[in-house]
Design a protein around this ligand. Sequence first.
Ligand code: SAM
Length: 189
Amino acid sequence: MTSTDRRYFDEMYASSHDPWNFEASAYERRKYSLTVASLPREKYRNAFEPGCSIGVLTELLAPRCERLLATDINDVALEQATKRLERFHGVVVEHRAIPESWPVEEFDLVVLSELAYYFDIKTLQILVNQIVQSTSPAAHVLSVHWRGETNYPLTGDRVHALIDGCQRLHHLVHHREEMFVLDLWERRS
Ligand SMILES: C[S@@+](CC[C@H](N)C(=O)[O-])C[C@H]1O[C@@H](n2cnc3c(N)ncnc32)[C@H](O)[C@@H]1O
């Protein structure tokens, strides 16, 4: 199965401004709290959150980051994210498709939240290489994904197992429950 086409997301945002109910869902709120609480450092210098959608998680990450690049492929989502995040001077919201337009920067935090299962294995491997190449030693990589049945190319559990296979990442945090899995790795020097 190939990576999910961008038209899938265009259709989702055409049907609702918040297709996954990020703003109001108690499940998302709790998952976001655990996500942010799992970050070992109080502050990150330069973080990257690809697939930021409407910026609900981004808003919680922002106070922990001096600079935070939040990107998405959908302009309806980015318009909302831009409004939500305008009070955070360190947050930059950009239209960028990954892995094709991976930013040329050095990050000390990369957050993959409900994104990586849309990619096929080959693309996910490219993505993991890009993460390793664009992070500083001891940078953190946080991944959090739904574990339920989907028609996406990968399951959340498979995504995390594939990332965990990267020798350049040292596993630090694992949290798994019925609905989602969360892992955090530290980039080896
Ligand atoms: C399920 S939402 C996750 C939103 C957010 N990370 C969260 O957890 O609240 C997935 C988002 O990824 C975006 N996306 C999908 N493929 C992408 C790609 N190749 N590059 C950047 N963003 C992408 C979609 O447009 C969508 O907004």
